[in-house]
Ligand binder design. Structure first.
Ligand code: GDD
Ligand code: MG
Length: 334
C-alpha cells in the first residue's frame, strides 16, 4: 500500500522551534515526528511513502539519506508553490504514479490507529474516501463530521464556529482514498481537501468515517508537542518507547529530572532541575537552573528559571533571570 504524507505546512503555531527545523523533523522521544508517524503506517501495511513538501526537501533527505524511513521507501514531491491539502495530495500522487487505493496522513499527527483496519472498513463499505475520527471535548479547531449509523458521513465542516459543530467527532488526519478522489482535484491549483473535496464526496454519499479511541495527538501547538514527548517517555504508547536521556547527552550526576526528555548533545549542569520538559539537541541548561513545562532549544543560564515557555535555537535566558509563559525569540516581533 502506498501513502502520501502532507508535510508542507509552515508550522507557524510552533514558532520559534520551527524557525530552524521543519515541524515534521522536530524530535518526539529522540526520533523525528515523521519517523514515528511512518513507523505506524508501516505497521498498517504501508510500504512506500511520498512526502508532499511545500518547500526545502534538504532536511528530510539529510535525515534519511538512503531514502528509507522505518523500513519504508521514501519519495519526495516538492510543490512549486503551496497547493493546500488537496492540491498537495494531487501533486504528490501524480509524482508517485498512484493509481490504486492509497493512504494519506497529515504529517503532524501521532496515532496508534490500526491503518489496515481502516483500509478494510473502506473496502467493506465500497467507500470513495474513509477518514479516521476521534472524539474530543472541543471540536471547533478541527474538521467535524456528522455520521449516520452505517458510518457514512452526512456533513463535513472544517473548523466550525464554537457551538455550531454537528458532533464531537473530528477528522483525525488519516485517510484511505480511491484514485477517483484525485479526479475531483483540479491540477496545479490551491485546493483544500477539508473545505472542497470532502464536502463534494459527502454530496455523492461516498465519504465514510471510523471513530476509534486510539492514542491520537496533533503536535502542531507547543503544549501538544511537549505532551507528545512526555507520552513516549512515560510509556503511554504501546509501540513507542524512549529513554528519558539520550546516550549522547551530558547530565550532571546531581541534576534532578522529572518526566522529561533530554535530547542528543544537550547539557544539564550541576543541581539543575527539569520538570515535564523537553531539551532538544544542543540545548543547554546551566548549573542550578530550573526548567518546568517548557521546550528548550537554546540556553538557560545559571540559576535561571524557565516555566511554561518555548525557547528557540537562538533563545537565551540570562543567568539568574526568571521567565514565565514566553516564546523566545518572540516569533511575532518584527
Ligand atoms: N504539501 C503541503 N502543501 N502540505 C500542506 C499544505 C500545503 O500547501 N498546507 C498544509 N499542509 C500540511 C501540514 O504540514 C500538515 O501536516 C497538514 O497538511 C495539515 O495542516 P495543519 O495546518 O496541521 O492543519 P490543522 O491541524 O489546522 O487541521 C487539519 O488537521 C486536523 C487534525 O489534526 C485538518 O485536516 C482538520 O480537518 C483535522 O481535524
Ligand atoms: Mg495540524
Amino acid at each position: 500500500m502506498r501513502a502520501v504524507v502532507l508535510v508542507g505546512g509552515f508550522g507557524t503555531r510552533l514558532r520559534p522551534l520551527t524557525s530552524s527545523i521543519p515541524k515534521p523533523m522536530l524530535p518526539v522521544g529522540h526520533l523525528p515526528i515523521i519517523e514515528r508517524l511512518v513507523m505506524n503506517l508501516a505497521r498498517g501495511g504501508v510500504t512506500e511513502v511520498t512526502l508532499a513538501l511545500g518547500f526545502k526537501p534538504e532536511p528530510f533527505i539529510e535525515a534519511f539519506p538512503d531514502g528509507q524511513c522505518a523500513g519504508v521507501t521514501l519519495r519526495y514531491a516538492v510543490e512549486p508553490e503551496p497547493l493546500d491539502t488537496a492540491g498537495a495530495i494531487r501533486f504528490a500522487a501524480d509524482v508517485a504514479g498512484i493509481d490504486d487505493t492509497f493512504v494519506v496522513a497529515n504529517g503532524d499527527v501521532l496515532t496508534d490507529l490500526d491503518v489496515s483496519a481502516l483500509v478494510q472498513f473502506h473496502r467493506d463499505h465500497d467507500a470513495e474516501a474513509t477518514i479516521h475520527l476521534i472524539g474530543v471535548p472541543d471540536p471547533s479547531a478541527f474538521g467535524v463530521v456528522a455520521l449516520d449509523a452505517d458510518g457514512r458521513v452526512e456533513r463535513f465542516v472544517e473548523k466550525p464556529a464554537p457551538g455550531t459543530a454537528p458532533s464531537n467527532l473530528i477528522n483525525a488526519g488519516t485517510y484511505v482514498l480511491e484514485p477517483s478522489v484525485l479526479d475531483r482535484i483540479p491540477l496545479g491549483q490551491k485546493v483544500s481537501i477539508e473545505r472542497a473535496t470532502f464536502p463534494a464526496v459527502v454530496a455523492d454519499g461516498r465519504l465514510f468515517g471510523v471513530a476509534t479511541d486510539d492514542y491520537w495527538l496533533d503536535t502542531g501547538r507547543p503544549e501538544l508537542y511537549l505532551q507528545a514527548n512526555l507520552d513516549v517517555v512515560a510509556g503511554r504508547r504501546p509501540h513507542d518507547h524512549c529513554d528519558a536521556v539520550h546516550a549522547d547527552a551530558s547530565v550532571a550526576a546531581d541534576a534532578r529530572l522529572d518526566t522529561s526528555v533530554v535530547g542528543a548533545g544537550a547539557q544539564v549542569g550541576a543541581g539543575a532541575v527539569l520538570e515535564r520538559s523537553v531539551l532538544l539537541p544542543g540545548a543547554v541548561v546551566a548549573a542550578g537552573a530550573v526548567v518546568a513545562d517548557s521546550v528548550v532549544m537554546g540556553r538557560v543560564g545559571e540559576g535561571a528559571e524557565l516555566r511554561n515557555s518555548v525557547l528557540g535555537a537562538d533563545g537565551v535566558v540570562a543567568d539568574g533571570e526568571h521567565v514565565h509563559g514566553e516564546r523566545r525569540p518572540d516569533p511575532d516581533a518584527t
